[in-house]
Design a protein around this ligand. Structure first.
Ligand SMILES: [Zn+2]
Length: 395
């Protein structure tokens, strides 16, 4: 046993250290330490602890190849293919290549997060927005010392709704190529996220972002039940259009998708539009609200028109097609909206209960899980219907 100062190195440690070529540096350290008795006690115990940890790590590293061998091997995603090699359901207009083959293991689609394919940026654009929304909410709640109470509930539901649409969209784009049923099921889930997000926005806009003059109008009086109805109609309309129409899609498909979502947006944004119409755009909060409107309208344009891939078919397969631009603009819309609503919350939080009444606030918030349930049941029913159709097709 080699003794040095008040600490000691076990023989096993020295064997391990020698095995990684560290014995000489240990001797050098021992000689140096001997020349400084004042520091010897504390330094030796610290360094010995470090060496001890190192020897443990080296021992574990030595066992690593055996551990890696015993782990199940990861699935390897197949290379991407041309549009003609996947069923028409999975093809996108003017996107000619970069498709993941259908029918691989689920693990291959999870690992395609790191593979080059035409859905990659659709996945990452929404996936990366999730931690941004989460961390901003976390930092705000910490800085303001927020505790969960009635005044925070619309903000909480807004954040949950944003995280819901972002994560459901990520899952849909990442995993949809697994099978026809997975494709339909995951996009029905994506549409649940759309409806839930619309109603989360409506609650936050109404309680934090509306003026009393607007709330006294007919639109203001019918706003929350109307927003809940249109949010459900958006989810149901998008699911129905997906279930009903096959490629090449007729115009009615876009009508079923865009009319309820467009009407829902016009209603949901109306308290903000009213403030923008009567307020001064120099206020930072109104500038952020103006930005969320601009980003959403631009996002709607790219959702409706397959630009630029229509002009340059095959050139935007991996990077630059309209759905990716739509995702980026929608993420920017959400980030600006969140920032604006956090500022609105700081202004409104102390007077909310007097202005709206606690019962109305709690009733409105109770309608949020009801809306989530209705959207989930609708999507579930559409999935069952599609499952029956696919089973009949196979028979
Ligand atoms: Zn998408």
């Amino acid at each position: 046993m080699a003794v040095c100062g008040s600490g000691s190195i076990k023989v096993t440690d020295l064997v391990v250290l020698r095995s990684v070529g560290r014995t000489r540096s240990l001797h050098t350290w021992s000689a140096t330490a001997a020349l400084r008795p004042a520091f010897r006690g504390t330094m030796s115990s610290t360094v010995l602890r470090w060496f001890s940890t190192l020897s443990l790590s080296v021992n574990q590293l030595g066992r690593l190849p055996w551990l890696l061998d015993s782990l199940p091997s990861l699935p390897a995603p197949q290379g991407t293919v041309e549009a003609s090699e996947v069923p028409s359901l999975f093809r996108e207009p003017y996107i000619l290549s970069g498709y993941r083959p259908v029918g691989q293991d689920w693990g291959c689609y999870f690992l395609s997060l790191f593979q080059r394919h035409n859905e990659l940026l659709n996945v990452w654009t929404h996936l990366l927005t999730v931690p941004l929304v989460l961390l901003r909410s976390w930092a705000f709640a910490g800085a303001q010392g927020l505790t969960l109470g009635p005044t925070c509930l619309p903000l909480l539901f807004y954040v949950l709704s944003a995280l819901t649409y972002l994560s459901f969209s990520t899952a849909a784009h990442l995993l949809q190529s697994h099978s026809e049923l997975a494709h339909y099921s995951l996009f029905f889930l994506d549409y649940v996220g759309v409806g839930v997000y619309q109603y989360g926005c409506a609650l936050a806009h109404y309680f934090y972002g509306s003026e009393v003059e607007w709330r006294e109008t007919v639109v203001g009086a019918l706003y929350l039940p109307g927003a809940a109805l249109f949010a459900w109609l958006s989810c149901a309309g998008c699911c129905f259009a997906k279930l009903r129409y096959r490629r090449p899609y007729p115009l009615w498909r876009k009508v079923c998708q865009l009319v309820p979502t467009g009407l829902a947006y016009m209603l949901v944004i109306s308290p903000v539009a009213h403030r923008l119409a009567i307020g001064s755009w120099n206020e930072p909060t109104l500038t952020l609200h103006a930005l969320q409107v601009v980003f959403f309208l631009l996002a709607a344009v790219f959702f409706s028109c397959p630009l630029p891939e229509r002009l340059f078919p095959g050139c935007c397969d991996i990077v630059g097609h309209a759905h990716q631009v739509f995702h980026i603009l929608l993420s920017l819309c959400t980030l600006c909206q969140q920032e604006a609503l956090l500022k609105d919350f700081l202004v409104q939080q102390h007077t909310m209960l007097q202005v709206h009444g606690e019962v109305q606030l709690l009733l409105a918030c109770a309608s949020f899980p009801v809306l989530v349930f209705c959207c989930a049941v609708t999507a579930g029913a559409m999935r069952s219907s599609m499952q029956r159709q696919l089973r009949l097709k196979q028979e």
